[in-house]
Design a protein around this ligand. Structure first.
Ligand code: IVH
Length: 665
């Protein structure tokens, strides 16, 4: 019996942790502790299959997929909202409500209009039983198995007295972050990408395999209620949302109770200002009469409520003509086709250029110069061409052909067979790459040269004053002051910050070199491992693979970079100009140097990462599994199979205290 109650405790505890992580964005436990509890739950379920409850987190994947897409009749229809496209229309809505209710000033609950898919969740006695799409409003499709994978949706409502039955209504959507990741993965696999987060969310909900849906993080916000049994719905919409929150349902924080048209408009303006910074798409705000009695009084016209309206923002998509396609060259030579557009206002901003991503995307979308295209701008991302309006293609337009030579330096453009990106082979001979390389070198996270912006770099490179980062350290006052928009003071300041940048860390310096695939973190790992730039220059492929998190792609890229004589020359010139790279020194400790350690279980004070770093700095190796080559196994609480293996092989097992003593701490 004790085990049974442990099982129920685990379900409740995991639900509490999920809610903190996915709804409140405040993780309560490190992942590894969470995983432990989850594994314990799975073990109990394996031993007692008859105990498995519907609200167990194990049911989130592998639920009943056979019911997917069967018809579901909504108990209360899922209606749509009327739109207000202008301020006048929004004002007319307020006027109608005020007149209908015979009041001077109406109270509204206002919230965001999420750009996703409406969904109805059926909770019976507080347990999630079914999830259905809106469909035609009366009949939708069963998407339970897919919705169960959305971790922010509670499997059981957190209340001792749940309704016997309730249809919770809300929106499923995909965040910008998840959308970007999904599309990047699709590109890497050579699959089709989704045009926008809404399509991606729809595609994920319509997935036949819930295991695939589980890899596509979807989000959910509740905003309404359908049929209810055995429960009294709160008196106002705002109170309903508060109740949902207390039950553990996700409710968006951007909501208010306001009065009259002024209140509505203030909310519209306020949200309009932050729209671009939201991590998900919205296409407007929604105004709902707050009081439920007043909602009932106003009722419905045909299929939309009279008590609510969606006040739309200007569209983030617009139609315009594609005038031409230019190609841009990035720091590593990546060639990006850019659409030149007839100027068009998208979501309040005039757009004249939009990215076309790469050659395959142009072909997939069949974009041709002269076409009418749909341009989209969302959040802070670069505007993109979403698709072509084929019906409006006037005559036979010719397909775009990627240039075979770099438009900047004339070098050959190459595209490796298994890559989507074409590259200019000019390297630092190419002025475009030179400029990007300099900007990368000077950025805050790299050498941190204040005042070296793109306008200045353009001039310095165009006038052939500098070619490589090493030339920066030879810049004189005279060559700077003669530049446009450069006074004496700013020339002096720039020279001072160039001088200051000479004192740096090895990690920053390595990152600043702009080696493909070597970001800030890899820069740190390489610095830690090699301790000097010379050691990195001469490192072999195998030696590079020994560095934490360095795999074949990164290792190969470093080898190729260092094999180029002009890259080595630039590094030499940089060092000769007096750059000093500080290194976080390795403190070789004889007792552990060259020995192999394996870490297992939870140590009392050190995290696994800290223990590993400490050992590596002392010259030891840290391996992932126990073998005859292992010298020590460091075991903490709940050590598992690695400890058993160590005992079998007769390898010395030590605890954290002994480890600290060994490294002399
Ligand atoms: S309430 C009876 N609130 O907009 C009113 N809908 O055209 C039912 N939507 O199908 C909807 N955000 O998918 C409501 N805060 C919000 C919403 C919202 C987005 C969607 C929903 C619905 C459509 C209505």
């Amino acid at each position: 019996m004790a085990e049974r109650s442990r099982y129920q405790y685990l379900i409740a505890e995991l639900a509490r942790l999920d809610h903190a992580y996915y709804v409140q964005d405040q993780p309560l436990l490190p992942d590894i502790e969470y995983d432990k509890l989850f594994r314990e739950l799975l073990e109990i379920e394996a031993q007692h299959p008859d105990w498995v409850q519907l609200d167990s987190p194990s049911q989130r994947v592998g639920g009943n997929a056979s019911a997917l897409f069967t018809e579901v009749k909504h108990y209360t229809p899922m209606l749509s909202l009327n739109n207000a496209l202008t301020q006048d229309e929004a004002q007319a809505f307020d006027k109608r409500c005020a007149e209908g209710l015979e009041r001077d000033c109406v109270e509204y609950a206002v919230e965001l209009k999420f750009d996703g898919l409406a969904i109805s969740l059926w909770y019976e006695e507080g347990v999630l039983k079914k999830a259905a799409t809106r469909g035609d409003g009366y009949t939708g499709e069963d998407v339970t198995a897919n919705v169960l994978t959305i971790k922010s949706i509670p499997l059981r409502l957190n209340t001792p007295r749940p309704p016997q039955f309730i249809e919770v209504r809300g929106e499923v959507f995909m965040s910008h972050h998840a959308f970007k990741q999904l599309n990047q993965q699709a590109i890497a696999r050579g699959d089709k990408t989704f045009a926008n987060p809404r399509n991606a969310a729809a595609g994920s909900l319509r997935q036949l395999d819930p295991l695939v849906t589980a890899t596509r993080p979807l989000s959910f916000f509740s905003y309404g209620v359908g049929a209810v049994q055995g429960w009294v719905v709160p008196k106002s919409h705002a109170e309903l949302m508060e109740t949902y929150m207390s039950w553990g349902l996700p409710v968006c924080e951007y909501r208010q109770v306001v009065r009259g048209f002024d209140g509505l408009l203030a909310f519209y303006d306020q949200i309009g200002k932050i729209r671009d910074q939201l991590p998900y798409d919205i296409d407007g705000v929604v105004y709902k009469v707050n009081s439920r009695t007043e909602q009932d009084e106003l009722g419905f016209v045909s299929r939309a409520p009279r008590f609510a309206v969606a006040h739309k923002f200007p569209a983030q998509e617009a139609l315009t003509r594609l005038l031409g396609i230019d190609v841009q060259v990035g720091r590593t030579g990546a060639i990006t086709p850019v659409a030149r557009l007839e100027p068009v206002v998208v979501g309040g901003v005039t757009v004249t250029n939009a990215t076309l991503h790469n050659e395959d995307e142009i072909r997939r979308k069949d974009v041709r110069i002269g076409d009418i295209v749909i341009v989209r701008r969302a959040g802070d991302v670069i505007p993109e061409v979403v698709s072509v309006v084929k019906e409006q293609r006037s005559s036979e337009l010719t397909a775009f052909v990627m240039p075979s030579q770099c438009p900047i330096c004339g070098s050959h453009i190459e595209r490796p067979v298994d890559e989507a990106i074409a590259r200019c082979t000019g390297g630092l001979f190419c002025q475009a790459q030179r400029k990007q390389a300099l900007l990368h070198f000077a950025q805050r996270k790299a050498m941190d040269i204040e005042g070296l912006g793109d306008k200045l770099v353009d001039q310095l490179v165009d006038q052939q004053i500098i070619k490589t980062p090493a030339d920066l350290y030879r810049l004189g006052f005279m060559s700077l002051v003669q530049l446009e928009r450069m006074g004496e003071k700013s020339a002096q300041n720039l020279l001072a910050s160039i001088e200051k940048s000479k004192k740096t860390t090895l990690a920053r310096f390595i990152f600043a070199l702009g080696i493909r695939h070597v970001g800030e973190t890899t820069g740190k790992d390489l610095a830690q491992h090699f301790q000097s730039i010379d050691a990195l220059i001469t490192a072999s492929y195998e030696q590079l693979l020994e560095v934490k998190d360095v795999g074949p792609t990164v290792a190969q890229s470093i080898i190729e970079f260092m094999a180029e004589s002009h890259n080595r020359e630039v590094i030499e010139a940089l060092m000769a100009s007096g750059i000093e790279c500080q290194v976080d020194k390795k403190q070789i400790v004889d007792a552990v140097a060259g020995k192999t350690f394996v870490l297992t279980g939870t140590l009392p004070t050190l995290s696994r990462e800290q223990a590993k770093d400490m050992l590596e700095k002392a010259g030891a190796k840290v391996a992932g599994s126990v073998s005859a080559k292992t010298d020590y196994v460091v075991a903490g609480a709940d050590a598992g199979s690695k400890l058993e293996k160590a005992e079998q092989l007769g390898i010395e097992v030590i605890d954290e205290l002994t480890l600290l003593a060994l490294v002399g701490r």
